[in-house]
Design a binder for this molecule. Structure first.
Ligand SMILES: Cc1cc2nc3c(=O)[nH]c(=O)nc-3n(C[C@H](O)[C@H](O)[C@H](O)COP(=O)(O)OP(=O)(O)OC[C@H]3O[C@@H](n4cnc5c(N)ncnc54)[C@H](O)[C@@H]3O)c2cc1C
Length: 424
């Protein structure tokens, strides 16, 4: 349902330069604004639209792809953060779209709730993370977007569209993962769960041992993931701890840095010697990265995971021996988002990285060629080689998404060149 909002002409902010977290994307926007309320946001979007300018939003800039770029109005919702309301009976919370995931976790802890799952970092704005289909690991757990059950989207005319999974599942399935193409999210409603503690355990194993245990570990643990490291230096590039003391393997080459996490009743503790710890859910999920990598990631059917990983490993051990960033391997449950990389498909994600300033393109293209054989769908925030021709095959509901996008944004105000090429 569309609600008109007051949108008197407002000055758009001064223009400026923007760059993402790692520095591989940058552009000059004609105007930049930081609204503090939904009314202000609506007025800015309406004014930009009236002047035929494109409108994009920056979350925390953690995408590696040109999904934020605009030559028109660039919005930041850093002044639109915090929890708006909580429905304890339904375990649902409404959060402002600029709220950082870590802040949502801290607020949920106070009221006895948790996010069902999270990714490797928690510094993203919730709207940014939802927009690209950001995920954690766990074969029975969907990506973050599958926890969204509603949102308010500011449209080009300044009106607010309330999308609700219960009353309009079709628009919600389009909006769930939509890379900012259906309007500017001002709030998001999240389905949360009762607060839980997680117990994390880390160790290192040989590649073949990991492959032999792959199915069992994925089934037995709520969360299972690993980084395959061709050489010992690999783990330093991702700041992974040295877990030799608790590892069955004594090798450091061609090894998997393993991680499992499970819900526990144990009280919080952290034991640096055993590489085990227990804490409130959102305190366990995030790890540290430094901006020293450019990442590509695709989702493929879970049943093809091991075979595909073997091929990527062979490629790195034979042809691209200078490419030593870890390969991250995670599990994501299928969902119903029209543009979700996990649409109706339990998946594994395989990610590889190149170093800034290095010509890693042939390596990434070779990885792309391997994963394409398995119907690989790109993470919208990470490097990929897909084009418009790939979309209808990869995304069975691509045409439905496109129809909804064209209906909601006929003038294409929320597109940029990157998105126009893929989705217009
Ligand atoms: C160190 C690091 C670790 C990462 N770990 C993971 C991980 O574990 N799992 C994973 O899946 N991904 C991961 N990513 C990728 C990251 O989660 C995504 O790229 C995510 O989209 C970034 O969120 P952001 O807030 O930085 O959004 P941005 O990158 O700033 O924006 C992403 C998209 O959201 C749109 N957007 C932002 N706010 C709004 C809004 N209010 N309304 C409409 N559109 C909006 C933007 O226009 C853009 O299209 C990681 C990235 C890095 C750099």
């Amino acid at each position: 349902m569309n609600e008109p909002l007051p949108s008197p002409p407002v000055p758009l902010g001064a223009g400026g330069h923007w760059r993402n977290w790692v520095g591989n994307q940058s552009f000059i926007a004609r105007h930049m604004s930081e609204p503090g309320s939904e009314d202000e946001l609506a007025a800015l979007v309406h004014e930009a639209s009236r002047r035929n300018l494109g409108v994009r939003v920056a979350g925390s800039g953690h995408s590696f792809t040109p999904v934020v770029a605009t030559s028109g109005l660039l919005l930041s919702l850093k002044n639109m953060q915090g929890i708006v309301s909580a429905d304890h009976d339904r375990k649902r919370v409404v959060v402002r779209a600029g709220t950082k995931i870590g802040d949502i976790g801290r607020a949920l802890k106070q009221i006895g709730l948790s996010l069902a799952n999270q990714g490797d970092i928690d510094t993203q704005a919730i709207a940014g993370a939802l927009s690209t289909g950001t995920h954690g690991t766990g074969i029975s757990l969907g990506c973050l977007s599958s926890q969204a059950v509603g949102m308010r989207l500011i449209q080009a005319d300044g009106s607010a569209l309330s999308v609700d999974a219960d009353t309009d599942p079709e628009t919600m399935a389009a909006a769930q993962v939509s890379i900012g193409m259906l309007g500017v999210m001002s709030t998001v409603t999240l389905q949360t769960v009762d607060a839980y503690n997680l117990k994390e355990k880390l160790w290192r194993d040989d590649f073949e041992t990991c492959m032999a245990q792959h199915d069992e570990l994925a089934a037995r643990h709520r969360h299972f993931s690993f980084f395959w490291c061709p050489v010992p230096e690999s783990r330093h590039l991702y700041c992974l701890p040295d877990v030799a003391a608790v590892s069955p393997t004594k090798h450091e080459h061609d090894v998997c840095e393993m991680k499992v996490m499970d819900i526990t009743d144990e009280p919080p503790f952290s034991d640096e010697k055993s590489f085990e710890r227990v804490a409130y859910s959102s305190e366990i999920y995030p790890i540290e990265y430094v901006p020293n990598f450019h990442e590509l990631e695709y989702a493929i059917p879970v049943e093809n995971g091991k075979e595909a990983l073997r091929q990527v490993r062979d490629l790195m051990l034979t042809k691209h021996t200078n490419c030593i960033y870890p390969v991250e391997y995670r599990f994501v449950g299928g969902d119903s988002g029209m543009l979700s990389p996990y649409y109706k498909r339990d998946s594994v994600t395989v990610s590889v990285s190149g170093g800034p300033g290095i010509d890693y393109w042939n390596y990434l293209l070779d990885v792309d060629a391997i994963l394409r054989q398995y119907g690989a769908r790109p993470h919208w925030g990470k490097l990929h080689f897909n084009n418009a021709q790939d979309m209808p095959t990869l995304y069975p509901r691509f045409d439905d998404f496109r129809a909804i996008r064209r209906r909601l944004d006929a003038e294409g105000r929320f597109l940029n060149d990157h998105l126009r090429n893929l989705f217009a």
